[in-house]
Each structure stands twice: as structure tokens, then as C-alpha cells.
Design a protein around this ligand. Structure first.
Ligand code: ADP
Ligand code: MG
Length: 233
């Protein structure tokens, strides 16, 4: 299968380092290669570099831990959002390292992710797992309780076409929320359809991906942003 060299490089780096997962920045770089709208990110290894990166991105920023032992970053106190200035980056950088040390004393620290702070929007989730019989599936649902408690999600096998993607969006029970309810503005459903189509393309081109979790994707009146992405190989 023809793939961009940059795609192969992401997988071969993980393999060379003996990892069966991609770090968030690698997962997002991969997503970006398939046209998915991800937050801008850099990985930094010193507090001063994190400050420089934040200034370049523009405030507010988000800081997150990058560690092979910490896949669920906020559980470890490894995510700080809405950091408004240089002093906040310096404090946050130290706080994340301390939090992670307390949570998992043996965790290796690869670096600190500095990323663009996405404005708040309607939270949705796009995911994939591999069915032993049918292969890769694509899942869509609203974030938070809708997926975790109500299991209100739609599924398809990949690849999907545009009308599959449109159906996936419409068939969840909470669809009305995306249409805009109780004074909430409607969410850009076309942006979600595009994300589902591009994710399907990525999954077809990258059979290395055994599990994908974009949680959350924030959807706006216009457009959407993937703020977290996790990939298991
Ligand atoms: P976890 O590994 O714990 O799932 P996330 O990267 O999802 O960590 O971050 C936790 C929460 O922080 C997200 O659910 C989201 O609400 C918020 N968040 C993370 N990144 C951003 C961002 N770039 N912009 C805005 N909010 C963010
Ligand atoms: Mg998350």
C-alpha cells in the first residue's frame, strides 16, 4: 500500500523504541497526515523550551505529560489546561512533573507536550477497535456520560462512505443535542462527517492501528478539533 514516508516513520519510531502505542503527539501527527483537525503541538524537554513553545503558539496553552507509563494522562495529574502566561507555564511544568512522580514514581518522562488550547465545544468521541472476525470498526458517540454510561454510540466496519458517515452521526439517540437544543447552538455535523471519513481512510491505510481513541473531539458551530488522541498498535 502506498503511504506517505512520514506515516511509515511514525510507526517505525514506535517499533524501534519497543512501544506498542503512539504518544499523543505521534497519534496527532498521524491524524494530521490524513487531514484530521488536531491541535498544534510540540514536545519540550526543559521548562525554558516549554515557555518558548508556548509563546510561539500563543496563550492560553495546555500542558500534558509525555510518558510511556502514563496513557491516561489526567488520572496522573498530567494535564493542565488554560495556562495564560509564562509564569503559568513554569509553574505548570513543575506541577506536572511532581504530580506524575507522586502517581507513578518509576515513570520515565519523555517530555512535556505544549499545545494550543481549543475553545470549549460539544464533546464527541471517535474510536476504533479490531473485531477478530470482521476487522477494524469505527465508533461515534457524544462524550462523557453518553458513551460511558448510556453506551449511546454508532458502529460501522471500515471503510465507510459519506452516507454511512451521515447515518452514523444521525443514528445516535442524542442526535438532537448536535442539532442544537435548549438554546445551545447546533454543532457542525458536516465537520463530524469529514472526521469520520478521514478516520476511516487512515484506518484502511494503517492496519498497524489496533485501537484508536479520539476523546474528546470538540465540535463547534463551525469546525471541530481533536484535542486528545490515543493509538494502540
Ligand atoms: P487523558 O489522557 O486523561 O484522556 P486528555 O488529553 O483527554 O487526557 O485531557 C483531559 C481533558 O482536558 C480533555 O478531556 C479536555 O477536556 C481537556 N483538554 C485536553 N487538551 C485540550 C486542549 N488542547 N484544549 C482544550 N481542552 C483540552
Ligand atoms: Mg482524553
Amino acid at each position: 500500500m502506498m503511504r506517505d514516508e512520514a506515516v511509515n516513520e511514525i510507526f517505525s519510531t514506535a517499533e524501534a523504541e519497543g512501544r506498542d502505542f503512539l504518544f499523543e503527539h505521534e497519534a496527532k501527527n498521524l491524524c494530521a497526515l490524513y487531514g484530521l483537525p488536531v491541535t498544534k503541538i510540540t514536545v519540550e524537554e526543559t521548562e525554558d523550551d516549554a515557555v518558548e513553545a508556548a509563546k510561539k503558539l500563543g496563550f492560553p496553552v495546555v500542558l500534558k505529560i509525555v510518558s510511556p507509563q502514563v496513557l491516561h494522562k489526567s488520572d496522573a495529574g498530567g494535564v493542565l489546561i488554560d495556562i495564560k502566561d509564562e509564569a503559568g507555564v513554569r509553574e505548570g511544568y513543575k506541577a506536572i512533573l511532581e504530580n506524575v512522580k507522586a502517581y507513578a514514581p518509576d515513570a520515565e518522562i519523555t517530555g512535556i507536550l505544549v499545545q494550543e488550547m481549543a475553545p470549549w465545544g460539544t464533546e464527541v468521541i471517535v474510536g476504533s477497535t479490531k473485531d477478530p472476525t470482521f476487522g477494524a470498526t469505527l465508533m461515534f458517540g457524544l462524550g462523557g456520560i453518553f458513551v460511558e454510561i448510556l453506551k449511546d454510540v454508532s458502529f460501522r466496519l471500515i471503510p465507510i462512505n459519506r452516507s454511512d458517515a451521515e447515518e452514523m452521526v444521525k443514528e445516535i439517540k442524542a442526535y438532537k443535542i448536535l442539532e442544537g437544543a435548549r438554546g445551545k447552538p447546533p454543532s457542525d455535523r458536516e465537520a463530524i462527517v469529514e472526521i469520520l471519513l478521514k478516520t476511516s481512510e487512515m484506518l484502511v491505510a494503517c492496519p498497524e492501528i489496533s485501537e484508536l481513541d479520539m476523546n474528546p473531539v470538540l465540535v463547534y458551530e463551525e469546525g471541530a478539533k481533536v484535542v486528545d488522541a490515543r493509538i494502540i498498535l
